[in-house]
Design a protein around this ligand. Structure first.
Ligand code: GDP
Ligand code: MG
Length: 366
């Protein structure tokens, strides 16, 4: 399953502008993903990785298939969304199934673009969105408590679950997101989380949408957003959705000049992708054959058979061993044969923990 990220935030903060930038990144490579059906509010974005390009070059294949992240755009969140006003409820259920949330916060000022209150105020804006997420989780847990209260009469084993559910309810009633509880979470919390997919337990990447004119100087709103993010253990990236969108009209080399002129180093999209990988503790490994080189994503700490399972469930079931060359070694020797000759090919078994950048050939039997 590719990594899924839901884009949230108030109306008119730049979510759809950002989403369109993501969609353009998708369309640039769409030929590589002929079998995926893409929903209108979904963007499947290839993850750029210079190592993959280098690997393709070294093994002499034209095609390199990047790993992807899926982004979901949803209608703006307004006060009362959790109560099912407007599209609110439907949208909350879309993002309930994602792995992380990208919370876009408006930092640009533009008298032509209406803001829901008089003017953008990052702290207040973040809070409005958070309240809706908390209320939505509260509704979920309250329903669960009703159900557990009935079930516990027939099954006393469920009393611990009921107890935990009530604790969660109490926590949410105080207005705090569940992410604060994450570190002290136990097995029961995890199973409730897995079942109910709490919105406020998801990792958040705060995305400050900065006006074009503020890119090279620190925007005052950033300090506020960083402070909030720090409390929640969340990351902050800054983008200019409008600028990235305009930039997409340019050729590649012009883009770099444009970035340099604007005083920013990496495009917002790249920062979001990197931040997503860090937030969710993900790493990449590579495979190749005579047609293509390909990047895959696994969680940090994943063992070789699980990585094999990303490619095909048969690879996992029939896993025998993994032949591994770390990317840096591969780049140094230039080929599997040369690395092997030099004694640098690692033969690894089912307990091997995959490392970021491993070039892997799986041996399996079915
Ligand atoms: N000046 C400026 N306008 C922006 C920026 N990002 C988005 N907008 C404008 O704000 C309006 C709302 O953007 P949109 O992406 O539809 O917001 P959404 O409601 O969050 O999806 C549009 O007119 C955009 O052109 C930005 O970085 N700077
Ligand atoms: Mg929108």
């Amino acid at each position: 399953m590719p990594l899924q990220i839901g884009i949230i935030g108030l109306p008119n903060v730049g979510k759809s502008t950002l989403f369109n930038v993501l969609t353009q990144a998708q369309n640039a490579e769409v030929a590589n993903y002929p079998f995926c059906t893409i929903a209108p509010n979904q963007a499947v974005v290839p993850v750029p990785d210079e190592r993959l390009d280098k690997l393709a070059e070294l093994v002499g294949v034209d095609k390199s298939i990047k790993t992807t992240i899926e982004f979901w755009d949803v209608a703006g969140l307004v006060k009362g969304a959790s109560q099912g006003e407007g599209l609110g409820n439907q949208f909350l259920s879309t993002i309930r199934n994602t792995d992380a949330l990208l919370h876009v916060v408006r930092c640009f000022e533009d008298p032509n673009v209406v803001h829901i209150s008089d003017k953008p105020d990052p702290r207040e804006d973040i809070e409005i969105v958070q309240v809706e997420l908390v209320l939505s989780d509260l509704e979920q847990i309250t329903k669960k408590i009703e159900k557990l209260s009935r079930q516990v009469k027939g099954d006393k084993n469920l009393s611990a679950n009921l107890e935990k559910a009530k604790q969660i309810q109490e926590h949410l009633q105080s207005g705090d997101p569940l992410s604060i509880l994450r570190e002290s979470s136990d097995q029961i919390f995890k199973s409730l989380e897995q079942e109910l997919r709490f919105l406020t337990a998801k990792p958040v990447i705060y995305t400050a949408n900065i006006g074009e004119d503020h890119l090279s100087t620190e925007h005052p709103a950033l300090a506020v957003i960083r402070e909030i993010a720090k409390k929640e253990g969340a990351e902050v990236v800054q983008i200019s959705a409008q600028l990235e969108s305009d930039m997409n009209l340019l050729e590649d080399d012009e883009k770099l000049d444009y970035l340099a002129l604007s005083g920013i180093e990496a495009s917002g999209l790249d920062q979001i992708i990197q931040s997503g990988y860090r937030t969710l503790n993900l790493i990449s490994f590579f495979t190749y054959n005579d047609q293509e080189a390909r990047a895959w994503t696994v969680s940090k700490g994943a063992k070789a058979p699980e990585a094999a399972g990303q490619i095909h469930t048969d690879f996992q079931k029939g896993f025998i061993k993994a032949e591994v060359i770390p990317f840096a070694v591969f780049a140094e020797y230039g080929s599997t044969a040369a690395a092997k000759e030099a004694g640098k090919l690692q033969i690894e078994g089912k307990d091997y923990i995959v490392q970021d950048g491993d070039v892997i050939y799986f041996r399996f039997n079915v």
